[in-house]
Design a protein around this ligand. Structure first.
Ligand code: ASP
Length: 350
């Protein structure tokens, strides 16, 4: 994550084979969609979506199931100890506890999720177990942990020395403020975010969507949520319809950013329903973002939310409130494509 911008610069230069989104300063002329029609494809949020997509592609590219592909892909950032917003090494809540949220959904409507799960490094695998081995959709907290241990998962300490150090830094002021994952706000503040040296954001999520050559879909979403959150806080990622929604008849959507905003607007369900009504993935993401922005008298200048959508024909789109949201696209032509999402605010605040 720390190298997001550098990585973006280099990768964008290497992507001329596919149409890049036209990122201009005029919101009206933006287009972030990537045309479909080329068979199987995986898309996911942020720079860490690139290696995650590649792991998913190792399954999907060989004709594997989209559900197996997204489960494999989501585990890459969950295992990455340099990533402090997903899985192991995620930043803790304000009490120093690492609590993880994850969901998985198949295009046929089956789904499973865990929220506020402690001590398990791969919440996405537990979410799949909830889906397949219980009659339920969502297990939380101690119950989710108990279930995971019964299923054979190993109890781990997820708080790494680095994350613990960052938490101690934050404790000096103990000021909770979600700092949006955006270039605008990082620049705007120019001061370190609470506990975040260098003004880095304090939340990110991997949301991943995959479609096979027959238009069958699946999605996964996993995060440690907002750093320094209240103990017990659950974001959008494990809430089916908020952080993730997939329907084989239409397509799928996933989100990142301030989860409360996404939950309030049933964000991913909204994106899929807009696509069902005929909007393109790009238009659907834009409308879902607009609904959030409209509800904020200040134009939502202080928050970030990004949506990513994949239609069953492979076309994808993305849109965010703030500049800086990136997403990765992987298919038979290219497995390391990283794109900049268009956004409502394209200019840097001064
Ligand atoms: N959506 C996540 C949450 O609210 C965080 C993020 O994606 O930045 O927990």
């Amino acid at each position: 994550m720390s190298n997001r911008r550098d990585f973006l610069k280099t990768t964008l230069l290497a992507t001329s084979a596919l149409a890049l989104p036209n990122v201009s300063r005029s919101a009206a002329s933006l287009s972030g969609s990537v045309p479909g029609g080329a068979g199987a494809r995986v898309v996911s949020t942020w720079d860490f979506g690139v290696p995650a997509n590649q792991a998913a592609w190792a399954v999907l590219g060989k004709g594997g199931k989209p559900l197996d592909a997204v489960e494999a892909g989501a585990q890459i950032p969950e295992s990455d100890l340099s990533n402090h917003s997903v899985g192991r090494a995620g930043y803790p809540d304000r009490d120093g506890k690492v609590t993880l949220d994850a969901s998985i959904m198949d295009g046929d409507g089956r789904c499973g999720a865990v929220a506020a799960l402690e001590h398990i490094g791969h919440p996405i695998k537990v979410a799949r177990k909830v889906m397949e081995d219980t009659p339920h959709v969502l297990l939380v907290g101690d119950g989710a942990l108990e279930f995971a241990l019964q299923q054979g998962f190993t109890r781990e300490n997820l708080l790494t020395p680095e994350s613990e150090k960052a938490w101690h830094e934050w404790l000096k002021q103990a000021k909770y403020k979600p700092v949006a994952n955006s270039e605008n706000l990082d620049y705007h503040r120019s001061l370190p975010a609470p506990g975040m040296p260098g003004g880095k954001n304090n939340h990110d999520t991997i949301g991943m969507l995959a479609v096979d050559a027959n238009g069958r879909l699946a999605g996964a979403c996993t995060t440690s949520g907002m750093a320094w959150k209240l103990h017990g806080r659950v974001g959008d990622s494990p809430i089916i319809g908020a952080g993730l929604y997939v329907d084989n008849e239409v397509g799928g959507a996933t989100s990142t950013g301030v989860g409360e905003e996404v939950i309030r607007n049933a964000g991913s369900f909204l994106v899929v329903e807009l696509m069902r009504q005929g909007r393109s993935p790009q238009e659907a993401c834009e409308e879902a973002v607009r609904r959030i922005v409209k509800k904020h008298p200040d134009g939502a200048k202080e928050i970030q939310v990004g949506f990513l959508a994949l239609r069953r024909d492979g076309e994808c789109g993305a849109y965010a409130i703030q500049k800086g949201f990136t997403y990765a696209v992987c298919d038979v032509r290219k497995q390391d494509l990283l794109l900049a999402s268009p956004s409502v605010y394209q200019t840097t605040f001064t």
